[in-house]
Design a protein around this ligand. Sequence first.
Ligand code: G6P
Ligand code: MG
Length: 222
Amino acid sequence: MQAAVFDLDGVVTDTAKFHFQAWSKLAKEEFNLDLPASFETNLKGISRTESLEAILKFGDLLDKYSKEEVQNLANKKNDYYVEAINKLTKEDILPGISKLLTDLKANGVKLAVASASKNAPFILEKLGLAHVFDAVADPAKVKAGKPAPDIFLAGAKAVGVAPNQCVGVEDAVAGVSAIKAADMVAVAVGDKNELRQADCVVPTTRNFTYQLFSDVFDRYHK
Ligand code: G6P
Ligand code: MG
């Protein structure tokens, strides 16, 4: 294992919930639409515009808004979201993550971020982790979003490591598919059944350890 390529929202910090809160607020205010809790999983890992399209489709509203209106709605959601992430501090790093990053680094493993979020650099800054990662892949520069492998491949490339020498880390179904399509070992946090495509799924980030990552990687490559 030469590199670990991390998703951000829901893996390093619990911002996945802020994304969904912001979308729920927008959907209620703009479309009088209640998003069921079960809808959250569909929005994880996919871009801002794709998320909005999925919501409009769910509400049967897809052709009711012009391109410009869609852009304005996406901006509005982002304003709600940024308001929430503005309050993040290093206390909001999920349990087990700081030690995991330290231990990976101590073992010579490069660290990259592969998030679909354009807010990733801002969040890393807020968490005090901007200088801990060796690279942050830019989602604006990749062709296809998750479940395509592009952003994970960009993360590996940015730290100069071949994809098959990387472990990818995710909480989203689309993200696990992206990791596997990139030919990386996938470690996931969340629901075992939903994320079954991963090589290892744990219930919380507390279960993330250097040993676990290294064992899963070695088992896969044996
Ligand atoms: C992450 C989240 C998604 C979000 C996407 C874009 O992948 O899991 O829920 O839609 O980033 O985030 P952004 O901050 O650019 O709107
Ligand atoms: Mg995520």
